[in-house]
Design a protein around this ligand. Structure first.
Ligand SMILES: Nc1ncnc2c1ncn2[C@@H]1O[C@H](COP(=O)(O)OP(=O)(O)OP(=O)(O)O)[C@@H](O)[C@H]1O
Length: 736
């Protein structure tokens, strides 16, 4: 391998591979110029470049490597189209047929008006074409659009590279601004932060400094305010206080904004880019979601059509249900059923084994008994019981435990990838909506759900208050429970035999902020192995392997971890566990970034895909891998089977899933697994909390294996999830 930098200019003979997403190209070129010795007249160049076309001439800059099969190759740091740099070359270029409507005369006029490097100038500043007399608007558009396709990304890659913007991100920016990226960036570099996921304040600010925007420039302060809002929203809060902003700004902008903060807030508020209410600052989208949710909740609670069911009727109904299930409800459970009969909306919460599922079943049958709502579908009548949960697996569990159909909330509201088809204009039909795992619902989904509830429909929210709050902003379940007028029943008596399950005892001990005295004992269903990160990783792999050999399916064995980083982080665990669950063999495999996917791999869906009925958090298996050369689309494809459906993913969609041998605790919410294994360490930079550990522990149905440092578990138990800043309770009429 020879050192860089080597450069060659060549004409593309064949494009061997090209990925827009990865901004990666492999092409065979006929060498025209080079700055190194070689007898080759042709060479393969591989590296960062997009929109590479056969027949065009490019310059590549990088290292020379000796490929075992292809011989000497260039590993290019960049591949850029050669821009015609003389007037004559420019005229030849503009009249080569790629620019419809541009003839010799027009091309010559442009070259004469803009000079030798006119092409390069037009790419950077398309508006220069307006200086060419007689050039029509349409002609200018043809030239700028075509040049953007040919050179837009190159120029952008070149411009953004010093700001650590990866070629892939540059390619996304090019696409986002449809080729007008340079103009957009020059106009307001912070637009990148608002429009392109992956570009934060730091990068946008560095680019802005390049254009002289620094210090307390209004646009810089405005961007910093919106950045703080975004950071706080990422932590679950719905707004920031003015004091918080004042405290945060010096860290963000590297100095005191002084009065500039006040004027920036005024400008942002006037432009409706923030909403300031009683001294707190919201992002408009978040403000509207919280306000709308409160309005809808008030509507639902005030338009209740729940008949004044008398106590005798209720008493008799509950009695009949107890007989049906040959159970005697505990006091709190009975209270919940009675409230469900009388209230338009209520919350049922409780830890594992306290009877939530039992009570939901009881409520359904009591409602059916008292209001004659049929439990079987009736011809031409909407089914009265509408059941939903935030994830596919939770919906499946809800359906299994009640015997009624249930779906994800996204599917219930007919999410089409960008909006919900079921809303106030096209509401849900039915008599009662039962939502399980309500702790996972963020303020946006809550607003969308409530908006779809017609007047008179009852709602029952079921959830475990002690679990992690939603990944998205807000603390909906906690706020509902804190709101006057919303009946809440908190089940706190454990009915599942505690002796049956020491996992349950650990869960309830965590809730009581204690450690069970048998934490380190060798119990049939729970073990805590003291280990360091290296030995924990080995032990987790050994135990998982042992469970497989005992006949458990890969889907029964779930490793959970709180963070991606570290030896026992998600990434490290998945790499090691793949070799346990699905070791390298003749099975097909493909590389994607720093991951290798194999046939048979267990994978996790990361985004909601409505048309395929696959949602964030669903776990599936890779069933097929097809290489580009084997299919008509000439694209590498992965097929993944989820419960009922098999989904095809082209290479550009491979960021929609990841390995699932180990998943984050957030992603495991709403699911349960026979065997759960989890490392417990003080991971640098990651804060564990009681809710996090409790959520993980309550995912285990049969066996819970913990590995690591007991002190980390004890420390986590003392940590509470921070209370999230919301005004939902206030908007609903104040705290109880
Ligand atoms: N009143 C009761 N009398 C006797 N057994 C009960 C009673 N309530 C619940 N149980 C039993 O306790 C166990 C736990 O109940 P259930 O599954 O409803 O709790 P849960 O809160 O849904 O638990 P998880 O959240 O772990 O699913 C079940 O076996 C159930 O039959």
């Amino acid at each position: 391998m020879m050192a860089a930098p080597y450069e060659l200019t060549g004409k593309v003979i064949r494009v061997l591979f090209q990925s827009e997403e990865e901004a990666h190209t492999i092409a065979l070129v006929r060498i025209k110029e080079k700055n190194f010795e070689t007898d080759e007249t042709e060479m393969v160049i591989a590296g960062v470049g997009v929109g590479i076309e056969k027949g065009e001439t490019y310059k590549a800059h990088g290292r020379l490597v000796d490929h075992p099969r292809f011989g000497k190759q260039m590993k290019a740091e960049w591949i850029r189209r050669v821009v015609p740099m003389t007037k004559r070359a420019a005229v030849r270029f503009l009249t080569n047929g790629s620019f419809p409507g541009i003839g010799q005369k027009t091309a010559q006029k442009i070259a004469d008006a803009l000079g030798d490097d006119c092409i390069d100038q037009i790419v950077k500043h398309p508006s220069l074409l307006s200086n060419v007399d007689g050039l029509k608007e349409k002609q200018a558009r043809v030239i700028t659009e075509r040049l953007n396709i040919l050179y837009g990304v190159d120029q952008l890659l070149l411009f953004l590279a010093p700001f650590d913007v990866t070629p892939r991100l540059a390619s996304k920016i090019h696409k986002e601004y449809e080729g007008r990226a340079m103009e957009t960036i020059e106009k307001n570099p912070y637009a990148l932060m608002y429009d392109v996921p992956g570009i934060g304040f730091k990068t946008a600010d560095a680019i802005a400094a390049h254009f002289g925007i620094q210090g307390i420039h209004p646009e810089r302060i405005a961007a910093a305010v919106l950045y703080v809002l975004e950071l706080e929203q990422g932590n679950g809060h719905l707004f920031v206080t003015a004091d918080q902003l004042a405290n945060e700004m010096p860290r963000i902008i590297g100095g005191d904004p002084g009065e500039a903060l006040v004027s920036a807030l005024e400008t942002l508020a006037n432009d409706e880019r923030v909403i300031v209410e009683d001294g707190v600052v919201y992002h408009p989208r978040v403000y509207r979601a919280e306000q709308k949710a409160a309005e809808e909740l008030a509507r639902i609670m005030s338009t209740s059509t729940t008949e004044d069911v008398d106590m005798t009727t209720i008493f008799d109904a509950v009695g009949r249900v107890e007989e049906m299930f040959s159970i005697e409800y505990a006091k709190q459970q009975r209270e919940a059923i009675e409230l469900a009969l009388k209230s338009p909306l209520m919350v049922l919460t409780g830890g594992p084994g306290t009877g939530k599922t039992t009570v939901v079943r009881g409520i359904i049958h009591a409602l059916s008994d008292v209001f004659d709502w049929k439990l079987e579908p009736v011809q031409n009548q909407p089914f009265p019981f509408v059941l939903a949960a935030p994830t596919g697996r939770a919906a499946k569990r809800l359906s299994e435990s009640t015997g009624l159909p249930a779906s994800t909330i996204h599917r219930l509201l007919k999410f089409d990838g960008s909006s919900f088809q079921v809303d106030d204009t096209n509401p849900l039909v039915g008599k009662v909506l039962i939502v399980d795992e309500a702790s996972m619902i963020d303020i946006f989904l809550f607003r969308s759900l409530l908006r779809a509830v017609p007047n008179g429909m009852k709602i029952l929210f079921v959830g475990d208050r002690d679990q992690l709050p939603s990944v998205g902003p807000g603390q909906v379940l906690a706020d509902l429970m804190a709101t006057d007028g919303i009946p809440v029943v908190r089940l706190d008596v454990v009915h599942r035999q505690a002796s049956e399950s020491s996992i349950l005892r650990l869960a309830h001990a965590l809730n009581a902020k204690q450690m069970p005295d048998d934490l380190l004992a060798a119990l049939p269903d729970r073990r805590f192995y003291t280990a360091n990160q290296e030995t924990a990783l080995q032990a987790i792999c050994q135990m998982a392997g042992a469970a497989l050999r005992k006949g458990y399916s890969p889907f029964d064995i779930q490793v959970l971890a709180p963070t991606y980083r570290g030896v026992c982080g998600i990434d490290g665990l998945n790499e090691a566990l793949q070799n346990v669950f699905n070791p390298k063999s003749a099975a097909r495999e493909v590389k994607h970034g720093n991951r290798t996917y194999r046939n048979g791999d267990k994978v996790l869906q990361l985004v909601n895909n409505a048309e395929e009925n696959v949602y964030n958090g669903d776990i599936g298996e890779i069933t097929n891998i097809f290489y580009a050369k084997e299919n008509v689309d000439k694209v590498d494809k992965i097929y993944i089977r989820f419960d009922q459906t098999e989904v095809e993913y082209n290479r550009s969609e491979w960021d929609q899933f990841t390995h699932a041998y180990a998943i984050t605790i957030h992603k495991s919410q709403g699911s349960e697994f026979p065997i759960v294994l989890m490392p417990v360490f003080f991971n640098g930079g990651f804060r564990s909390s009681r809710n996090l550990i409790y959520t993980a522990v309550t995912r285990a149905k049969k066996s819970l294996l913990l590995f690591g440092d007991v002190r980390a578990l004890e420390a986590a138990t003392r940590e509470e999830e921070p209370v999230r800043r919301t005004k939902l309770v206030e908007r609903l009429g104040g705290k109880s």
